[in-house]
Design a protein around this ligand. Structure first.
Ligand code: CTP
Ligand code: MG
Length: 224
């Protein structure tokens, strides 16, 4: 395969509530990270997986994933961007396409990994999976009063895995870190590189709050 996948998994999971780092929280009896890595490893193009784990849990994560797939595990950082940068630094020579995939999107199917990788292979420097926004979106002031309504037809909700030509992602992370950016495509956009959209997948929802974990439990029984 020509694809390496970075899996940032070093977050605390504050919004999910008490219970330890989110990537190690259980879904159907197994940690979210195991679900995520199993699906990534099932994608035929993937030849390397690098996980950024919470620093105290690096050894435990190695042991956890050893039976799932061959993975490299590194210590993540205080911000997501630092975790991605640490994982990127550990990618072996070879793969020319790099995907970044949140452990929190534990049910993203292997088919989504393949479609993002295929779009990079076909010539796009940066690729993101997106879904239409279903809610009406308004900008609201600090006083709680509406400032305006955004044209929803132009909006997309962005998922992971996000895919990049290796040199493009390396250059983006070598630049100044912007802590307010919550994805890697945001860094690449700042470099003026065009970012292409492909259809996302509902099962690639990000497990953020307890509600999302409950939804994921319901989805677990369904084939993807
Ligand atoms: N992440 C990471 N390193 C960090 C922060 C986040 O590797 N310092 C990872 C998380 O583990 C997750 C992904 O980035 O897989 C997306 O982040 P998010 O959903 O915000 O997870 P958490 O930061 O763990 O959750 P919260 O913000 O609620 O604490
Ligand atoms: Mg977070």
């Amino acid at each position: 395969g020509d694809v390496a996948v970075l899996v940032p998994a070093a977050g605390a999971g504050v919004r999910l509530g008490a219970g330890g780092p989110k990537a190690l929280r259980r879904l159907g009896g197994e940690p979210l990270l195991v679900h995520a890595v199993r699906r990534v490893a099932a994608a035929p193009s993937v030849s390397a997986i690098v996980v950024a784990a919470p620093p105290p849990d690096v050894e435990a994560v190695r042991a956890l994933l050893a039976p799932v797939a061959p993975v490299i595990v590194v210590a993540g950082g205080a911000e997501r961007q630092q975790s991605v940068a640490a994982a990127l630094a550990a990618v072996p020579e070879g793969p020319d396409i790099i995907l970044v995939h949140d452990a929190a999107r534990a049910l993203a199917p292997a088919s989504l990994v393949e479609s993002v990788a295929a779009a990079v292979r076909a010539g796009s420097a940066a690729v993101i999976p997106v879904l239409p926004v279903v809610d009406t979106v308004k900008e609201v002031g600090a006083d709680g009063v509406v400032l305006g309504t955004v044209d929803r037809s132009a909006l997309r909700a962005v998922q992971t895995p996000q895919g990049f030509r290796r040199s493009i992602l390396a250059a983006a992370h070598a630049g100044a870190a912007a802590a307010y950016l919550t994805d890697d495509a945001g860094l690449v956009e700042k470099q003026g590189v065009p970012v292409t959209c492909v259809p996302g997948h509902e099962h690639a929802l990000k497990i953020t709050r307890p509600f999302d974990l409950a939804v994921a439990e319901l989805l677990l029984g369904q084939a993807t």
